[in-house]
Design a protein around this ligand. Sequence first.
Ligand SMILES: Cc1ncc(COP(=O)(O)O)c(C=O)c1O
Length: 481
Amino acid sequence: MDYSHLLQLDKEEMKRYGYQVIDAIVDHFDTQNEKKPVTQATREEMDTLLDAPVPEKGMAPSEVLDFVVDHVLPHSNIVTHPKSYSFVPGPSNYVSVMADTLATGFNIFSGGWVASPAAAELEIITMNWLLKLFKFPKKKGGGIFTSGGSMANLTALVTARRQRCGDDFSKAVIYMSDQAHSSNIKAIRVLGFKKEQVRIIPTDIEFKMAVNKLKNAIAKDRLEGLQPFCIIASAGTTNTGTVDPLQEIAAICKAEKLWFHVDGAYGGAAMLSKKGSGLLKGIEKADSLTIDPHKWMFQPYEMGCLLVRNHKWLSETFSEKPEYLRDIEGNTSEINFYDHGIQLTRRFRALKFYMSLKTFGLNAFKKAVSYNIDLTERVEGILRKSPHWEVVSPATLAVINFRYNPIKSSLTEKELDALNQEISERVVDSKEALLVTTVLNGQVVLRMCLINPRTTMDDVNETLELCERFAEEITTRSDMV
Ligand SMILES: Cc1ncc(COP(=O)(O)O)c(C=O)c1O
């Protein structure tokens, strides 16, 4: 029977199709470590492979699926790969992948309580787990799952502005360090602040926001009749994993009556480890906190999260009461998450967090995060013992930056930059590892972010050996000596 005009497959076909999909995913999980993490393709190559007009008539489901498995899915970097060190990897986990499949399969509308009480309840429960982890107020605190850290930062800043400035924000000023993530600047732009309303505070030698300079900037703005209203601190910068001096910034916010937003999208998850929670002291004082479970809490994309000290701040900022939603309003204890953020229709993100924590237990997550922090410290030890490598920023919350700079070399800074850039390019071109550069204090450095619990010391050693081999080839070339 042909059900295609209903956009349906028959039951047996659905099963066959589903098993094929699961087989492809399981096969990927099973073999990903043996694959190469990097893929490269030009627009032209992708056009040649994939570009086609919209088909008027359909084709056999398995044919489309086979094509996608063979020709679409392989053309992405494997961010779950143990040698995927760059940007912020996405280690993910299979249980959450299946949870996402269920949430999509049942197409659960996670906007209003009445439409899906269990989904809202699971979001409340998992949010409470997070509030406890980050030592936020148990009763008053609240939060919302978002698509990622960028949306959580945006949601935080909308809330901060609503609470502190009301409708007139023409004199409001926001402060963040020169290491703050670009999503904060994007959010500020989306919100319609002018460039002059943002102060980028320099960082000190350890890439931490320079508190004295922050205080000076606030004092100067007050003298000029402006309205300092929000400080964005980083709890784990993307570049170096550095945590801003959260306690001191919290004290400034208290004294100056400023909103304290902490961007913990990268490093917040380190709260799961002893070392990490030590470094993150003061995070519990934030008015709003971004964390990003699709990074170091091992969830597949997309899952960010915003926590706030007082859940009412969210409903006061985002509630709208259109007539077409009046029948699903519910009572006040029944949270409508569409009133806590920007999205009305939302996918059921809490499910994957819930199912993976229930399945593996919080201890497994704690062990994984502690392992990552320790592994990065061991990598630092190896680099420091080597005559070839220079550590540019030490292992901090599973990030380390280093460069090839042999002890007796006479290479200039410019040559070192070119050398390290080329090492990275060669590594990426070899597809053996995803290891790209960043720039710290004007120097080109190799950056490793080791948040994958499946990355081993052997993986790192192999990658360093590869880098050294390329470095020797490059430095023995005539234009480099
Ligand atoms: C510190 C920090 N904040 C925000 C973000 C943005 O998060 P997302 O990519 O999930 O939108 C990132 C991403 O790497 C980050 O490292």
